[in-house]
Design a protein around this ligand. Structure first.
Ligand SMILES: *Cc1c(COP(=O)(O)O)cnc(C)c1O
Length: 380
């Protein structure tokens, strides 16, 4: 059936559809209860000063909730600022890397941070190890590197990487800085293996974008203080030390998106009420376990990540056989309210990418694959 015809003719019966059709990898599904909680504080918190108790209490809920959720090691603290994870790459380039960074890149997001330190005129050329999309690279010890960086979950490909200190790096005083933007909150982690584990709220934390959050070790806080005092020009907006000072006062340097903070606090407390990170990780493992098993059992679908140990529990990528046009499948689904399962644009594959963060009900992932089966049966 030609694509245009299929778009108009293929319908999905209502009883097959997921209860919530949002499967984006970020922004991602925000639970209706979070939105209700936001509406409830609409007159007392929204539209009020971020320097006063009402909003600072929300920041405090976020910071203490995350500290509990991640079981923060002694001395670690939760730091936040405006600008999302993309801004944090610049914060880290300016304030955390002293002379030279070593990166592992295996997709768009890891590559962007590597590009940021590589371009910085005050740093030595970065050391970068790469792996092709769908595989993983981890940095090995590099003489002279003072910062090691890689993404925990490469959202553009659906690969999950190990988070552990690079052997020899601790002895050399190097920091480990891991991008947890999409993994944080959806999978378990030993924070002590990192000095900075940073993320944004619009993925596993089911909030809106615009903020960065970082779990920072004392070594990271000290490093930033030293680098920033060294004479390097650091714009105040990108100063890690300024963010630390403001965070300790339950504030941000400049005005934050208060609604984002409320949605985030609600999601962190929802996870804690259900059993914390282990519970959230079990939920994403159930969703993703189903997705990958389903893809393996269809002769027209294959998990894009060949090694099962590297398949992400939170962002699943599934290649479709060439005779099944993925854009047609996603367009039919979109017409039925099942949205955002298009692949990462620059990957350019005939693929579905499914966000399975903790807010997504595993039952809905089962419903999603049933819908894809239904659409594909009508296309071939
Ligand atoms: C989404 C994402 C980012 C970018 O986050 P922004 O908040 O939009 O800047 C960075 N890294 C990873 C791994 C991501 O998934």
């Amino acid at each position: 059936m030609p694509a245009a015809d299929a778009l108009a003719r293929v319908t999905i019966p209502a009883d097959l559809l997921p209860r919530d059709g949002r499967f984006g990898s970020g922004p991602s599904l925000v639970r209706p209860e979070q939105v209700e909680a936001l509406a409830a504080v609409g007159r007392t918190v929204l539209g009020t000063s971020h320097r006063q108790a009402a909003v600072r209490d929300v920041v405090a809920r976020v910071r203490s909730g995350l500290a509990t959720l991640f079981d923060l090691p002694d001395g670690y603290e939760v730091v936040l600022g405006n600008g999302g994870s993309t801004a944090f790459w610049d914060v880290a380039t300016l304030c955390l890397v002293e002379r030279r960074a070593a990166h592992a890149q295996f997709g768009e997001f890891g590559a962007k941070f590597a590009a940021a330190t590589t371009r910085a005129p005050f740093l030595e050329p970065s050391h970068v190890v790469s792996a092709p999309a769908g595989e993983v690279a981890v940095p090995a010890f590099v003489d002279g590197a003072d910062t090691y960086a890689w993404p925990h979950n490469e959202t553009s490909t659906g690969v999950i990487a190990p988070v552990r200190r690079v052997p020899g790096s601790r002895e050399s005083g190097a920091l480990v800085v891991v991008d947890g933007t999409s993994s944080a909150g959806g999978t378990t982690l030993d924070v002590a293996q990192t000095d900075v584990y940073y993320f944004a709220p619009q993925k596993s934390f089911a909030s809106d974008g615009g903020l960065w959050l970082a779990l920072a070790s004392p070594a990271a806080v000290e490093r930033a203080a030293r680098v920033e005092a060294s004479g390097r020009w650091v714009p105040e907006f990108l100063s890690f030390t300024t963010a630390v000072t403001n965070s300790r006062a339950e504030q941000t340097l400049n005005t934050p998106a208060v609604a984002t903070l409320v949605l985030l606090a609600e999601q962190v407390e929802w996870m804690l009420a259900h059993g914390g990170l282990a519970w959230a990780a079990a939920r994403t493992a159930e969703s993703s376990g189903h997705l990958y098993a389903w893809a393996e059992s269809r002769d027209w679908a294959t998990p894009f990540v060949a090694d099962p140990a590297l398949r992400s529990p939170v962002v699943g990528t599934v290649d479709l056989a060439p005779e099944i046009d993925a854009p047609t499948v996603t367009a039919v689904l979109r017409r039925h309210g099942v949205v955002d399962i298009e692949p990462y644009r620059k990957l350019g594959r005939n693929q579905l990418r499914v966000g399975m963060y903790p807010a997504v009900d595993p039952q809905d992932v089962r419903a999603l694959t049933a819908c894809v089966d239904h659409v594909v049966a009508q296309l071939v």
